[in-house]
Design a protein around this ligand. Structure first.
Ligand code: SF4
Length: 222
């Protein structure tokens, strides 16, 4: 497990939250209690992972307890990343072999992974205030990607946060799996159900459905 702060390895160091960010008291308290229970875990805001020259940004919800919150790399360490990295690999965005471990040495090419909320929320459910508190970091990350053309939102929370920061109206841009939205700044937002273990196990999101969204994302981001 790395003890480095996010600035030392983030592809977007100027967009990261400080490791001791205190904007969300409930999430800060959870980080603190987990740090006491599991001192070797990351237990801090999770930085972006990927290519600062990305044309595709994948935006998830928030770190999972034993995934990114433990390892410090988005979608790494639990089941949530298996479908995402398998699909990123299939579409040529991964250099190396994903082993669900931050030390597997992979790199993303043309893609970057961000989260709408950078700290672990209880039961994976951030409050509206927490999503709002973290939105400036998401905004900074998206602003800091000069080649970005397509944003893929994994789930409604990521979708809504991106729409809000774009200045558009949620009523005009509704979340729907497979939907394509033209954002006011010229970028494209695609929606997918989140690739969580629950959604995969219940077949709300199948491999084929996820690959169809990535096929579209790849064609639009080239
Ligand atoms: S969720 Fe975001 S805004 Fe809230 S404490 Fe963590 S880094 Fe800060």
């Amino acid at each position: 497990m790395s003890d480095h702060g996010p600035l030392s390895f983030s592809p977007l160091p100027n967009a990261e939250a400080p490791k001791a960010c205190r904007r969300c008291p409930r999430l800060v308290a959870l980080r603190k209690s987990l740090r006491a229970e599991e001192p070797k875990w990351w237990n801090a805001p999770v930085p972006a992972f990927g290519d600062p020259g990305a044309s595709l940004a994948v935006v998830g919800l928030a770190p999972g307890k034993e995934g990114a919150n433990r390892t410090g790399r988005p979608f790494t360490g639990d089941a949530s990343g298996e479908l995402l990295f398998a699909t990123l690999t299939k579409f040529g965005f991964v250099d190396g072999t994903f082993r669900n471990d931050p030390d597997d040495g992979i790199a993303l090419r043309g893609a970057i992974i961000l989260n709408a909320v950078k700290c672990l929320p209880p039961e994976n459910k951030p409050t509206a205030a927490e999503i709002e508190n973290c939105r400036p970091y998401l905004a900074k990350a998206l602003k800091g990607l000069p080649e970005l053309t397509v944003i893929l939102a994994l789930g409604k929370i990521a979708h809504d946060s991106i729409i809000r920061l774009s200045g558009a109206k949620l009523a005009t841009y509704k979340f729907a799996h497979g939907a394509k939205h033209d954002l006011p700044d010229g970028r494209i937002l695609l929606d997918s159900y989140h690739c969580s273990r629950y959604n995969v196990n219940t077949k709300r999101l199948t491999v084929e459905m996820f690959e169809d969204v990535f096929r579209l994302a790849q064609s639009l981001s080239q």
